[in-house]
Design a protein around this ligand. Structure first.
Ligand code: HPA
Ligand code: ZN
Length: 336
């Protein structure tokens, strides 16, 4: 089997996906029209032309503007369902998605509206497409601690739908310690924790995520490689890194895909995984990410299998489900 077919057919788990970042321009225009909202861009092509970013912040500005179109429970359902249909066609069998409640509550859309739409689509994805899932609520790190606490408070009524909390948005200048108390409160309520760290921010933010926020996984983590002691810690603890190759390229975290650290991470024994982050904005879902990084770094089938295994092992699926997911990967490996 050629490497592209191998990538496409390999059972995969996605662990780093912002549902608002899967908002494709076509659906954005459709929902805008339905809600009587006029977008700044006159058509799909001019919107897509704006998807040229020099850094994380330039992306975030456009990403939050796009999310403003989402208003009703059906909007959040349609957004999530479109993502699930897409990944189903790519043999992604388990997904752990972030949602950013503050992006919506800050502009007057109720928490209840957001989570009910997303959750109903996830349930349909499970029953109709066989995709298992975990929902992660992410705090926006450019907002203050009080706003994060309010969000955690709102989430308590939906504890059965949310397994973990995370931390995203503008990294530099918003270090983990800003959210130490709210993460502690979240852990006390039984939530697992993850955090974006070391995407643009320094290795110290990865240390902070581990030591102060007590995360189970690091989202991105690229800049961990600048710190030998940190690498050792991440390897020893087998902390999963949810790496996002096309995102790194589009946000200029790497200059060229050939400079991407993914292969090096595997060679060092880090538990790296491949993810799409914000696929509608960065030019691809899981298979496109695997394809781009495989071509640039000449990854072997053994390395691809390792990446997929890392994702299933690093997932928040319960033990039984995790074993069933890993068995699917084992079967694929045995037959290919
Ligand atoms: N980094 C930080 N915040 C984000 C990202 C990201 O890659 N995507 C969506 N919000
Ligand atoms: Zn992200």
């Amino acid at each position: 089997m050629n490497i592209t077919d191998f990538i496409n057919q390999m059972p995969k788990a996605e662990l780093h996906l912002h549902i608002e970042g899967s908002f494709e321009p076509e659906l954005m225009f459709k929902i805008a029209k339905r809600n009587g909202i006029k977008l700044t861009y006159k058509d799909i092509d001019s919107l897509k032309q704006a998807y040229n970013f020099n850094n994380l912040q330039e992306f975030l500005d456009i990403y939050y503007a796009g999310a403003n179109v989402l208003q009703t429970e059906q909007d959040f359902y349609d957004l999530t369902w479109a993502y699930l249909e897409k990944i189903h066609s790519q043999n992604v069998i388990h997904t752990e998605i972030f949602f950013d409640p503050q992006t919506h509550t800050e502009r007057g859309v109720a928490f209840d509206t957001v989570i009910k739409g997303i959750n109903r689509a996830l349930q349909d994805g499970q029953s109709k497409l066989g995709i298992s899932y975990v929902l992660i609520m992410s705090f926006l790190r450019h907002l203050d601690e009080a706003s994060a606490f309010e969000t955690l408070e709102a989430a308590l009524a939906y504890k059965d739908m949310i397994k973990a909390v995370g931390l995203d948005s503008s990294e530099v200048g918003n270090p983990p310690e800003k959210f130490q108390k709210v993460f502690e409160a979240a852990r006390n309520e039984g939530f697992l924790t993850v955090a974006h760290a070391g995407e643009e921010g320094p290795a110290e933010y990865v240390w902070g995520a581990l030591d102060l926020l007590k995360v189970s996984r690091i989202d991105h983590g690229n800049r961990s490689l600048e710190d030998e002691a940190l690498i050792k810690r991440l390897v020893d603890m087998q902390i999963p890194l949810t790496v996002c190759p096309l995102s790194n390229l589009k946000l200029k975290v790497v200059k060229d895909m050939k400079d991407h650290p993914l292969k090096k991470m595997l060679q060092l024994g880090l538990k790296a995984t491949v993810n799409s982050d914000d696929p509608a904005y960065f030019g691809g879902y899981m298979n496109e990410n695997f394809q781009a990084v495989t071509e640039a770094l000449d990854l072997s089938k053994a390395e691809l299998l390792q990446l997929s295994r890392n994702a299933f092992e690093g997932s928040f699926a319960g033990e039984d489900l995790k074993q069933r997911l890993l068995q699917k990967l084992d079967e694929f490996e045995a037959n290919n």
